[in-house]
Design a protein around this ligand. Structure first.
Ligand SMILES: [Fe+2]
Length: 285
């Protein structure tokens, strides 16, 4: 039995779970965590000493996912986001705001990172809420995007005013994309999310290039308003678990020679990888 307290991180999203013990959850606690996750989008736990198995158990519990037994046995590929580990993912560079696999028909739902080895001041992870952004979208913008569709693609999109320096580029043989409505129904909570991102959004289907760019910029100005960005400063033993669609994440430039930043990534559920090509390598530029 774990006793914990829940504290809001920002007025719009995020909750810190204080005093959490990494033991098996009883049904009430599980339910409370799940409801908090759906309401707040991002949960942050501090000072946890957990292995990959517990991290997996916890992220699965947040969406009531029964991981197939063979997948538990095989485990996910050990994924570390790290600037030091030889097999580390995204070892350097900058990542624009995005949801993982936003270019796929069914992105996974929970993304979590655990601070395995962190040397302050490691680059923080930045978060925004796509649910709050939709709910607070000014009326005129809301009317403009009604019935419009957006194309989200693999790779990092570049826009004129965006500095290209340090941008990390996943390399794939084939580009992949998905077209959805701009105001997109979240598959689990059914809340509407603003489904555009700096990294993945190419265009609004129904508009000319210039109109599309103008509208995307207006949406970005709202979604990424610095007043609504929360930056998580990493410490060892931190676990951040967020709804991959209700929350977007980004990071400033990580350098190979910078402070150690090794984060264990666990996602849920296991995404259908049918027809999905994972990037072979990355480069900056
Ligand atoms: Fe990501």
């Amino acid at each position: 039995m774990s006793q914990f307290e829940i504290r809001d991180i920002t007025p719009d999203f995020g909750a810190e779970i204080v005093g959490f013990e990494p033991v098996e959850l009883d049904p009430e606690e599980r339910d409370l965590l799940r409801r908090t996750f759906d309401e707040r989008g991002l949960l942050v736990f501090r000072d946890l000493d957990i292995d990959r198995d517990y991290q997996t158990y916890l992220v699965d519990a947040l969406i009531d996912y029964d991981r197939p037994a063979d997948a538990v046995k095989q485990k996910q590929r050990e994924t570390l986001v790290s600037n030091k580990e030889p097999e580390g993912n995204a070892p350097f560079g900058r990542l624009l705001f995005h949801s993982d696999m936003m270019w796929a028909a069914e992105p996974f739902q929970v993304l979590s990172l655990y601070g395995v080895e962190v040397q302050p001041p490691a680059v923080p992870t930045a978060f925004v809420s796509t649910v709050a952004a939709w709910e607070t979208l000014p009326k005129d913008l809301r009317q403009r995007v009604e019935n419009l569709h957006v194309v989200n693609v693999t790779g990092q999109q570049r826009r004129g005013d965006e500095e290209e320096e340090d941008l990390l580029q996943p390399i794939r043989e084939h580009e992949q994309s998905v077209t959805t409505s701009v105001g997109h129904a979240h598959p689990r909570t059914n809340r509407t999310i603003l489904y555009v991102s700096q990294m993945n959004t190419r265009e609004i289907v129904e508009l000319s290039h210039d109109e599309s760019e103008e509208l995307i910029e207006a949406l970005f100005n709202h979604l990424y308003d610095p007043a609504h960005v929360f930056k998580h400063e990493w410490r060892e033993g931190d676990l951040a678990a967020w709804d991959n669609l209700a929350i977007q994440h980004a990071r400033a430039t990580v350098k190979k020679e910078g402070p150690v930043r090794t984060l264990r990534k666990v996602i849920s559920p296991i995404p259908s990888m049918a027809g999905i090509e994972t990037p072979k390598f990355s480069k900056v530029g």
